[in-house]
Write a protein that binds this ligand. Structure first.
Ligand code: PGA
Length: 253
């Protein structure tokens, strides 16, 4: 049985003061038993606040990580943050291939695969985001797009590598829009992803956590996480408010 994972993705939000308050309140809620025992909790945060988050969370039940990672280890790559640097600050996770990185910053499938490899090489768990645009869903090519995004990683690293990370299915049209995929729409794509992996390695398919992301909130998390192939969520907007995040962390099987 796979654990549920609820991972916050803070994006370009927060200040020292707001982060201190947010983490204090989430930790207090967890101390009050508001998170199920089989639910893992993590926050992926802007690079500059990782040190603050490490000082607050190291030794607690909340894991933490970054929102991206350089594919390079060191050298002349101005503005980048590498796997060794993230490990230096005790990060456990690194999001790779978020749709905002793909669509706004032009990251390609190959870049995402290289970032997945870099995270893995340094013992970080990549959270590999995949998902289709609205027009791709309307064209009926959701599975083709998601398969292509997954194949970039599988071709580079091998299917077994997926168990070193987490997959997040995030339909781009559902991110930050309030337009959540229905539990069945999400389950259909999750089942497709797991089936595709199972065709290569049934054991990997059985083990890998597949999160759903896109307008998850305290009101819809229960129904989404109840689906057989949905193992938790990658949470944007609702991860910035302790009450909302805790409500999502208390959902699930
Ligand atoms: P959202 O973002 O929960 O605000 O839709 C999810 C994400 O982008 O990971």
């Amino acid at each position: 049985m796979r654990n549920t994972l609820v991972a916050g993705n803070w994006k370009l939000n927060g200040s020292k003061a707001s982060i201190a308050e947010l983490l204090k309140n989430i930790l207090a809620g967890m101390a009050d038993g508001r998170v199920k025992s089989n639910t893992e909790v993590a926050v992926c945060v802007p690079y500059i606040y990782i040190h603050q988050v490490q000082e607050t969370l190291e030794g607690t039940a909340i894991a933490f990580g970054s929102e991206s990672i350089s594919e390079h280890d060191s050298g002349a790559f101005t503005g980048e943050i590498s796997g060794p640097m993230l490990k230096d600050f005790a990060c456990e996770y690194a999001i790779v291939g978020h749709s905002e990185r793909r669509t706004i910053f032009g990251e390609k499938d190959a870049d995402t695969a290289n970032k997945f490899a870099a995270a893995r090489k340094h013992g970080l768990k990549p959270i590999l985001c995949v998902g289709e645009l609205l027009e791709e869903r309307e064209q009926g090519i959701t599975e083709t797009v998601v398969a292509r995004q997954l194949d970039a990683v599988i071709d580079l690293e091998g299917v077994e590598a997926l168990t070193d990370g987490v997959i997040a299915y995030e339909p781009v049209w559902a991110i930050g829009t309030g337009m959540t995929a229905s539990p069945q729409q999400a389950q259909d794509v999750h089942a497709f992803i797991r089936g595709k992996i199972a065709a290569l390695n049934a054991d990997v398919a059985d083990k890998v956590q597949i999160l759903y992301g896109g307008s998850v909130n305290g009101g819809n998390a229960d129904e989404l996480f109840a689906m057989p192939d949905i193992d938790g969520g990658l949470i944007g907007g609702a991860a910035l408010k302790a009450e909302d995040f805790l409500a999502i962390c208390s959902a699930g099987k």
